[in-house]
Design a protein around this ligand. Structure first.
Ligand SMILES: NC(=O)C1=CN([C@@H]2O[C@H](COP(=O)(O)OP(=O)(O)OC[C@H]3O[C@@H](n4cnc5c(N)ncnc54)[C@H](OP(=O)(O)O)[C@@H]3O)[C@@H](O)[C@H]2O)C=CC1
Ligand SMILES: O=C(O)C1=N[C@H](C(=O)O)C[C@H](O)C1
Length: 230
């Protein structure tokens, strides 16, 4: 993603102040840059947020695999600086999440919800950040908390489907940039809403769009919905 974002920034006429891998001088970069973009690993998040807050520099976080403690750290940082966090920066998935929320609200609890995702063989987290984002959208449409209803895989589980569950299935293989499908399964019929990323350029372009939008915003936590006005 680092290379894809550098290409998208170039396309948009933005210049890259620098980049860091593990052990890099984040503090100096946060001072030098107008904004930080983080697509790395959850273990890097704390240092990135600390450097951004110390420098008063806005930050866009695209890293996935975040746990509750990471989200709490993002909330704390967002009290001091603008922070945009999303599991998917593409415009298509942002719109898909809005459609999923609407469909879940309209269809009601009689329709079972299953979310299927497929990614390249190198991806380390599962379910994907996007699948969780779509799950959150579905849960919001039903007025429930995702944590209370998420079923993260049927491995080792026997028996009938848990009523009200939102199920996840993750596939890994080849070079798939990112496929997501939300299945609403009713009695005798199914509705499927989905998105296929044809390349990583869509995530990078969306990240640049989000970054440009974030510049100059007041301290708060934002999502791609704010960028697109959804
Ligand atoms: N929100 C979105 O739209 C998208 C999110 N992603 C997410 O972005 C993340 C990165 O994806 P991807 O580029 O494919 O992953 P890669 O594994 O290819 O890249 C991760 C990068 O993070 C670097 N890194 C590792 N540890 C640290 C650290 N402590 N501090 C700073 N940098 C570190 C790695 O450096 P080194 O190689 O030296 O270890 C590497 O350059 C993933 O969480 C992925 O799910 C991906 C696409 C879209
Ligand atoms: O790791 C990836 O490749 C991707 N990660 C994000 C996710 O976890 O959803 C976004 C996209 O699907 C590609």
């Amino acid at each position: 993603m680092g290379r894809a974002i550098a290409a998208a920034a170039d396309e948009a006429g933005m210049s890259i102040a620098g980049g860091v891998d593990a052990g890099g001088d984040l503090a100096a970069l946060a001072e030098a840059a107008d904004l930080l973009i983080d697509f790395s690993v959850p273990g890097a998040l704390e240092a990135t947020l600390a450097a951004a807050v110390a420098a008063g520099t806005p930050v866009l976080i695209g890293t996935t695999g975040l746990e509750t403690a990471h989200h709490a750290a993002i909330d704390r940082a967002a009290a001091a600086i603008p922070v945009l966090q999303t599991g998917n920066t593409s415009l298509g998935v942002t719109l898909l999440a809005a459609l999923v929320r609407d469909a879940a609200a309209r269809l009601g609890p009689d329709w079972d919800i299953e979310i299927v995702e497929m990614h390249h063989r190198h991806k380390v987290d599962a379910p994907s950040g996007t699948a969780l984002l779509l799950g959150q959208a579905a849960a919001a449409g039903r007025n429930v908390e995702l944590a209370a209803v998420a079923d993260r895989g049927r491995d080792g589980i026997t028996g009938a489907r848990r009523e009200g569950a939102i199920g996840f299935a993750a596939l890994r293989g080849g070079s798939v940039a990112g496929d997501h499908q939300v299945i609403f399964a009713g009695e005798g019929e199914r509705i499927e809403l989905g998105h296929r990323a044809e390349s990583r350029a869509i995530f990078a372009r969306g990240a640049i769009k989000g970054a440009l939008w974030l510049l100059g915003k007041p301290a708060a936590r934002y999502t791609m919905n704010d960028v697109l006005g959804l």
